[in-house]
Design a binder for this molecule. Sequence first.
Ligand code: THU
Length: 139
Amino acid sequence: MPEKEVIRTLCQKAVDMRSESYAPYSDFLVGSAVLTDDGKIFTGCNIENSAFGPSICAERTAIAKAVSEGYRDFAAIAIAGGRRDGELQYCSPCGVCRQVMREFCKPSFKIYLAKSADDYKEFTLGDLLPESFGPDNLS
Ligand code: THU
């Protein structure tokens, strides 16, 4: 479990990353910040596309940045989402993002649905993706 101050930083970075969101179609801005086991943080935002299908969520952006930089072991992720002109929600990761987390993360991986540094709900990947299929099934 990350220390309280690290969780606050992670949640705040997720909130801040909403300013980078490219979401002209949904107007739903999402930021994320993923924490590696060795304490490094990678951030992401959702990036939409006029063809819709190629759009990518904030969580996968952050994880792809980390993996492409050689980091594959993760402790936690914070997600902050809400409509452009609305309040932040406790924005839960979509099914595709949960499955991408499953590829690299243990069931104990922490997921913070953040409205601010101090207002978040905490889950584990095991909570949000029970009875899942993962790399171990193919070994
Ligand atoms: N979105 C995310 O980036 N993460 C989530 O957890 C939920 C949804 C994005 C995808 C799309 O750009 C917009 O939010 C509306 O679905």
